[in-house]
Design a protein around this ligand. Structure first.
Ligand SMILES: *[C@@H]1O[C@H](CO)[C@@H](O)[C@H](O)[C@H]1NC(C)=O
Ligand SMILES: *[C@@H]1O[C@H](CO)[C@@H](O)[C@H](O)[C@H]1NC(C)=O
Ligand SMILES: *[C@@H]1O[C@H](CO)[C@@H](O)[C@H](O)[C@H]1NC(C)=O
Ligand SMILES: *[C@@H]1O[C@H](CO)[C@@H](O)[C@H](O)[C@H]1NC(C)=O
Ligand SMILES: *[C@@H]1O[C@H](CO)[C@@H](O)[C@H](O)[C@H]1NC(C)=O
Length: 354
């Protein structure tokens, strides 16, 4: 009797772990070690066909394109010193975390400055290794001289944003499929003018919070003056139920998170012009993206940098990845083994009790 009750208690306890709103710190990227656990892309932008070369770690260091500044913050920037010759591309940075973070995690980026300017297309986002399988979550994205940042998901066909509980009314598209509208994604703009550009920095920056939960994906942006006290300082846990309505929300109702998403690598990148940019360049900038900016004055890029105080990741322990080991086994797989092992053990105990 006791054993079978144990079995049912175990089965009932599993979903509770995954949907908890209170997450504990599992990983911090901050201070002088900020760049230790990221991979530099080290190739020209063959992903969006931007006019950018994503430098290697050693180039980033020698050219001062990625470094920790005297305030202890991580800076990632576009080269604003070099005159680029016609037909060449400009150096910039794309980094991605070695760890992957699975369903049941929250990441918070505390930033003081985000890149902006004509031709500049920055993002802080995440994706699973076999995109579009495993999905993509865009937590912060802006382009050229737009006034608002935007959020979106990109998935395989079948995921749409329906019944969102969110503060933003600026909904641009609800079908997250990469096959719809040339992979536009399900886009929500942040109405807060402090969410991008010069206004972001002037307000002291802010925090982007992404909750990647089985019940849905939610993103909050808090301009510095609106950061809740629970997120200030260096709290070791975050309770998303205290943060109020997210700015953008993608409930699981019409998008089964477990089906469309896998553990995510977090990514910072800044590209120039590029696939998406060509369509929108004229909306906020004049001239020709490549000719007038990329190979124009390097000072076009004086504002094309991220200054990041920290990226902190929180998670319910069974759902968060750890660095792939020598055998490449991720924690996501290990968590699966633990659950399988637990169920097998419980079944054994249950059978023994019969
Ligand atoms: C969240 O979890 C942490 C660590 O387990 C605990 O110290 C904290 O009190 C919890 N917070 C809430 C609001 O439950
Ligand atoms: C981009 O270039 C890298 C390095 O050559 C290569 O490994 C990768 O497959 C390329 N990606 C695409 C999408 O072409
Ligand atoms: C997104 O939608 C909002 C609200 O309809 C609109 O004001 C805005 O211009 C749209 N943005 C783009 C890039 O189309
Ligand atoms: C924040 O707290 C974590 C543990 O919760 C610790 O590892 C880290 O060093 C702290 N970071 C700072 C900047 O104090
Ligand atoms: C480049 O941009 C930085 C800000 O990121 C600025 O301090 C610097 O003066 C700019 N110009 C050069 C030539 O480095």
């Amino acid at each position: 009797m006791i054993s079978s009750r144990f079995f049912f208690a175990l089965v009932l306890a599993l979903p509770t772990i995954v949907t908890a709103a209170n997450y504990s710190i599992v990983k911090e990227y901050a201070g002088s070690n900020f760049f230790d656990d990221w991979v530099f892309y080290g190739n020209f932008d063959n992903l969006t066909n931007g006019d950018a070369i994503f430098v290697t770690a050693s180039q980033a260091t020698s050219q001062q394109l990625a470094f920790v500044n005297s305030a202890g913050n991580a800076v990632m920037k576009v080269d604003n010193k070099t005159n680029v010759a016609f037909n060449d591309k400009r150096n910039t940075v794309r980094i991605s975390t070695k760890d992957r973070f699975a369903v049941g995690s929250v990441w918070i980026a505390d930033m003081l400055h985000v890149p902006f300017g004509c031709s500049v297309w920055p993002a802080f986002w995440s994706q699973a290794p076999n995109w579009p399988a495993g999905g993509e979550i865009d937590t912060f994205e802006g382009v050229n001289m737009v006034h608002n940042s935007q959020f979106s998901l990109h998935t395989e066909p079948g995921c749409t944003a329906v019944n969102a509980v969110q503060t933003s009314t600026l909904v641009n598209s609800t079908d997250c499929s990469f096959k719809t509208n040339s992979n536009e994604g399900c886009v929500v703009e942040d109405p807060d003018p402090n969410s991008y550009g010069a206004a972001f920095a002037a307000a002291g920056g802010g925090m982007f919070v992404t909750e990647f939960a089985e019940t849905g994906i939610s993103i909050w942006f808090f301009s510095r003056g609106n950061v809740p006290s629970s997120l200030q300082g260096n709290a070791s846990s975050v309770d998303t139920s205290t943060l109020g309505k997210p700015v953008s929300n993608y409930p699981s109702g019409n998008c089964n998170i477990d089906q469309f998403f896998r553990a995510q690598n977090l990514i910072f990148d800044i590209t120039l012009c590029g696939a998406g940019d060509r369509n929108v360049f004229a909306q906020t900038c004049s001239g020709i993206c490549y000719n007038d900016y990329v190979i124009g004055s390097p000072s076009n890029y004086d504002n094309a940098y991220f200054e990041v105080r920290s990226v902190r990741v929180f998670g319910t322990s069974s759902a968060v990845d750890i660095p792939p080991g020598a055998n490449g086994t991720s924690r996501e797989n290990k968590a699966g083994f633990v659950v399988l092992f637990g169920v097998a053990l419980a079944t054994l105990v249950f059978l023994m009790a019969l």
